[in-house]
Ligand binder design. Sequence first.
Ligand SMILES: [Zn+2]
Length: 353
Amino acid sequence: MGKDRAGETRLNAATMGVLVGHEHVIGALERTAEQQRPSHAYVFTGREGIGKKRVAVIFACLLNCPHTSRHRDCSCGVCRRIREEKHPDVIIERPERGRIRIERIRFLQSFFRYAPVEGRFRVIIIDDAHLMNRQAQNALLKTLEEPPPGRILILVTARPFLLLPTVRSRCRRIRFGPLPVDILAPLLEDRKGVSSQRARVIAAMSGGSVKRALEMETSRFMELRRRVISALAEPGKNGLKGILDLSLEISANRDMALQAIEIAMTWIRDLLTAKIGANPSCLIHADFLDMISGTEQHHSTYDLLDVYDELVRASELIDREINANRNMVTDVMLLRVSRMLAGPTLGLNLRET
Ligand SMILES: [Zn+2]
């Protein structure tokens, strides 16, 4: 976390975005804190980098703030120390080298053995909780089965399906939606100095994630977008070799594969939006308006929905690592999608090499 003035400004802007974007969730947590009757365990789920951990910290503050009128952006000494991870009753546990080890879970259990020292609740926030292996999760189960009063466990994860069902079922689930484009785009303009048009595209592509939006390297991403859109807009143009080359490239890593699929999904969404005659300002890829209006009439709504389903399926296979061979998933996806989009009129000779 940067200590410089600019750093602070940026952090505040991001925090403000999270506060505004998750208004509904934070409001509910405020009421829970007000009544001082929280559940003993929560799992905060939603895409990576949308502010789940930030909200978990806010919840720890709300639960322990000594003021009667608790507030989400309280700056009292207690809330400040919790945010700075200097409060004796709140621990934020993070993975080390991609894992949360059983030794750490045992340490956290010993932390829960003692009553709060200063606050009302001892709170443990486990970030990326899905990085606990089976053994670590089983150890955690003991705490979840016999929760001592005044202890709150918050598991934060973008991949709740990797938690054991026995762990999940003992936690109250709080779902976080993606942050809206209107909140993310101005943040990007400010941080990356990109035009508002580009900021809106990246914000929409990030799946509502501040982290992903800020990490996206603008020029590389824009090039990937151009290639994916061109492959979808003219599916027969580069033949089988073009499709397989693109597949090989996007399957090089999980993030790029998911990003490419996300681009494809938003492209299909734009074609569907154009088909119902919506205002061009509703389009994500508004800078490709000519291509959108030139393409949408070639496809029926049903065809586009089929393509969308195929993309969702591939995205799930890659995200959940169900099929270890990512390249095979992207090959099949691109071939099917190209065939669906090419149709009999545009023609795609799949025997072409
Ligand atoms: Zn406070």
